[in-house]
Design a protein around this ligand. Structure first.
Ligand code: SF4
Ligand code: SF4
Length: 127
C-alpha cells in the first residue's frame, strides 16, 4: 500500500547530506541518474546527480513538482512504497533554486556546477 503525504509527519526527518557527493557512494542507477548510499547504508537513498533527492526525507508534498519551471521532478512510488519524487529530468535544471526553497524537509540539493544552458536560453526566448 502506498503511503501518502497526509499520513506522514514532516517532523523528525533529516535534511539531505549536503556533502553526500564526497561521503556517499554510487550504488546503482535509476531512470538514467545515479543512486547513492551512505557508508553505513542506514541513512537511506539519494537519487540524482545535478538535482539530488533524499528519498527517505521526501514526504511527497509535490511542492517541487509544482514549482519547477523545467519539469525536473516526476511522481514516483519508492521501493518503500512511499509516494515521493524522482529527479528524472535533472539535465533540464536551470538552477533557479526554487525547489530547495519550497521543500519543507530540505530533501533536495541542487549542484551549482552543471545543468542546461540550452534549456535556460530556450525558456528566455519563449518569454
Ligand atoms: S533548481 Fe529550478 S530548474 Fe532546477 S530542479 Fe530546482 S526548481 Fe527545477
Ligand atoms: S518538495 Fe521536498 S518533500 Fe515535497 S515532494 Fe519535493 S522533495 Fe518531496
Amino acid at each position: 500500500m502506498v503511503t501518502l503525504f497526509k499520513d506522514r509527519a514532516p517532523s523528525g526527518l533529516v535534511p539531505i547530506d549536503k556533502h553526500f557527493r564526497s561521503r556517499w557512494s554510487k550504488r546503482g542507477s535509476h531512470e538514467g541518474h545515479s543512486v547513492w548510499k551512505s557508508e553505513s547504508e542506514h541513512d537511506g537513498t539519494i537519487h540524482g546527480e545535478l538535482v539530488a533527492v533524499h528519498i527517505e526525507s521526501c514526504v511527497g508534498c509535490m511542492k517541487c513538482v509544482d514549482a519547477c519551471p523545467t519539469i525536473v521532478f516526476t511522481k514516483w512510488v519508492s521501493d518503500l512504497e512511499t509516494e515521493v519524487v524522482d529527479p528524472s529530468g535533472e539535465r533540464d535544471c536551470i538552477f533557479c533554486m526554487v525547489c530547495e526553497l519550497v521543500c519543507p524537509t530540505e530533501a533536495i540539493l541542487v549542484s551549482r556546477d552543471g545543468g542546461s544552458q540550452e534549456t535556460l536560453d530556450s525558456l528566455l526566448r519563449s518569454e
